[in-house]
Design a protein around this ligand. Structure first.
Ligand code: F6R
Length: 612
């Protein structure tokens, strides 16, 4: 069977030692980590008398169905997988075991030198699956047998031999009291309980067990038992690290009465705007962003925003407000393009990494490169302590609360809002006139109310999705300027959860080629929030209408016509995207429901994209 590298790039890991019904805790933790991957899952649990390894293809609920009453334990590890190579199958699901089934391992990451390891150490081994994880667990077993090493020593030696990214949790079935863990570039935390300890890829997985967590640094190995954790660095020195209290509320990560996280997260956006106002302002309503960051940005001659997907779209939507307020030219780049085709940089660049998760590998690749040149950088992220946050010189948080639906909504609007607040602060620092009069917090407060008004139009928007998107093969969003930027995000949202082939276009560009795609009843959504271009966009809508398209207009109140489908309250002209994006998020949500797909877990996607 050919072994594949990169079999589990995103994936989620949980584990617990020292508490009854480890299987239930693991299942619920895996459920909360499903955003990290959901094509197969597995768990291992053991108590004094029995041990069980259970795996299934597909969602966690499939695994749950296999967990009968006799499957329980006081120690266990679990895994949810998002495959890149190596089919999503039960065989490739984790945990993987050594040939004698003594060692059980879960892994998140990519082993780069798995072929060399296999040739050099495991030439005679037989492998059941197609994963590099299986090679690692065989390697540990081989080192124990050939070099008479203890489990811990063999694990440690294996870590020194492998290259790549990993978070590992290893259990030796002959020792029912210990979980060995290690990490390099993939996330993993230890959670501290009373009489038990847990491990998890993300604190939200174990928040019902503990709110106290200890970070593990890359290259460290940790021995976790019910009453202690021992962290060792690469040289074997014991490391003492304080725990921190996760500032997360269990309610933030539960759906509550909502049918889907995406709807909850769309509805939370006004509250996120208000939280940003309060978290970034002092009692005099001045922006509270640290001075050294403002000085560094003010001294740059160009801002480079590096991001992917929705975060990239948020960067595009914020360019205008940034340039107007700061008078610094802004370039937005897709991380995956920038890292291998770096443009000619200005003399004094400043880099801003936009990332909801703070873990996106494409963006990290750029950050590593620019750190090499010692360029100043800022990460704007929703996750404190994430990789991009740790590795950039500065961090600003989105304060959006955990975003669990794979389709990003509240992070997009939070990113634009934080960039607007930053723009105001830099502009003020530089004494730019436009920014002096820009009451960013007042504007965000108006925007929060406007968002609420649009969110209250769910009935109308749901009907639009039913009328235009239930059966269509493709759809288009068009707009100009900021409305074009929102069209990009609107089309990404619609395509990723409804699987309708959707494109966002600069309205004026349609006639230069794309109009050829318009057929009878093709839905074309026009976004109109700018008086300077509204007549042109309406003209472009007429052009497609005369070729058979169904046109649907989302327009600001002052520019709206009676026949328009969604009317948006007026907000600051540089920040219209914060409001015009809301109906498009809801359109995507209702279209997905109409077509009968899983809103929160679209096919082929995962929330945190830690593969290049
Ligand atoms: C789409 C979506 C993705 C992410 C992209 C970057 O709804 O969520 O396009 O925006 O994968 O992720 P972050 O922002 O975590 O770097």
């Amino acid at each position: 069977m050919p072994i594949e590298s990169g079999n589990c790039i995103m994936c989620g890991i949980v584990g617990i030692v020292g508490k009854k019904h480890a299987e239930k805790i693991i299942l619920s933790g895996l459920g909360r980590l499903e955003y990290r991957g959901y094509d197969s899952a597995g768990l291992f649990v053991s108590n004094d008398d029995t041990q069980h390894l259970v795996k299934s293809q597909g969602r966690i609920k499939n695994l749950e169905e296999k967990i009968t009453k006799d499957i329980n334990g006081t120690i266990g590890i679990g895994h949810t997988r998002w495959a890149t190579h190596g089919k999503p199958s039960e065989r490739n699901a984790h945990p993987q075991t050594s040939s004698d089934h003594r060692l059980v391992l879960v892994h998140n990451g990519v082993i780069e030198n798995f072929e060399e390891i296999q040739k050099e150490y495991l030439a005679d081994d037989h492998f059941d699956g197609e994963t590099d994880t299986e090679i690692v667990v065989h390697l540990i077993s081989a080192l124990m047998a050939k070099e008479s090493l203890s489990t811990k020593a063999a694990f440690k030696k294996a870590l020194s031999l492998i290259r790549g990214s990993y978070a590992f949790a290893l259990v030796d079935t002959q020792d029912k009291e210990t979980i060995y863990v290690a990490k390099n570039k993939s996330p993993l935390l230890i959670g501290l309980g009373e009489g038990f300890n847990v491990i998890c890829s993300d604190a939200i997985a174990m928040l019902d067990q503990t709110s106290h967590f200890v970070e593990i640094a890359d290259g460290e190995m940790v021995t976790v038992t019910a009453c202690a954790i021992h962290i060792e660095d690469e040289k074997g020195n014991l490391v003492y690290r304080e725990s921190y209290e996760a500032q997360l509320d269990l309610n933030d990560i539960e759906k509550g009465a909502y049918p889907f996280y995406m709807l909850k997260e769309i509805d939370e956006q006004p509250a996120v705007m208000r939280r940003l106002i309060s978290d970034y302002s002092d009692e005099k309503k001045q922006v509270t962003i640290n001075d050294s960051l403002l000085q560094q940005i003010s001294a740059c001659d160009r801002l480079y925003i590096i991001a992917c997907g929705t975060s990239y779209n948020a960067g595009c939507a914020a360019k205008n407000v940034l340039e107007t307020m700061t008078q610094i030219p802004v370039e937005i780049h897709l991380s995956s393009e920038f890292s291998y085709n770096m443009p000619l940089l200005s003399k004094k660049p400043f880099f801003i990494f936009l990332s909801q998760s703070g873990e996106t590998a494409d963006s990290r690749q750029v950050l590593v490169q620019i750190n090499h040149f010692d360029f100043p950088s800022l990460t704007i992220t929703n996750v404190a302590g994430s990789t991009l946050s740790r590795e950039a010189k500065h961090t600003l948080l989105l304060h959006a609360g955990p975003e669990i639906a794979v389709a990003s909504t509240k992070a997009y609007t939070a990113q634009i809002a934080v960039l607007a607040i930053l723009a105001k602060a830099i502009g003020k620092n530089k004494g730019i006139d436009a920014s002096i009069d820009f009451d960013v917090f007042g504007e965000l407060s108006i925007i929060a109310a406007a968002m609420e008004a649009v969110i209250n139009e769910k009935g109308t928007i749901s009907q639009l999705a039913k009328d235009h998107l239930k059966h269509t093969r493709n759809a288009f969003y068009i707009g100009r300027g900021n409305d074009y930027n929102v069209s990009l995000e609107a089309s990404l949202k619609l395509k990723e959860i409804s699987y309708i082939q959707t494109e966002g276009f600069a309205a004026g560009e349609l006639k230069h080629g794309t109009i050829a795609l318009i057929e009878e009843k093709t839905p074309v959504f026009g976004i109109i929030t700018n008086g300077k271009t509204s007549a042109h966009t309406r003209g472009n809508l007429k052009e497609v209408e005369s070729r058979g398209a169904d046109t649907i207009v989302i327009a600001s109140a002052s520019l709206a016509k009676e026949t328009d489908a969604v009317i948006l309250p007026e907000v600051h002209p540089l920040l219209t995207s914060l409001v015009s994006v809301i109906p498009t998020q809801l359109i995507a949500y209702f279209a997905c429901l109409q077509r009968g797909y899983d809103v929160d877990k679209p096919r082929n996607l995962a929330k945190s994209v830690t593969v290049e």
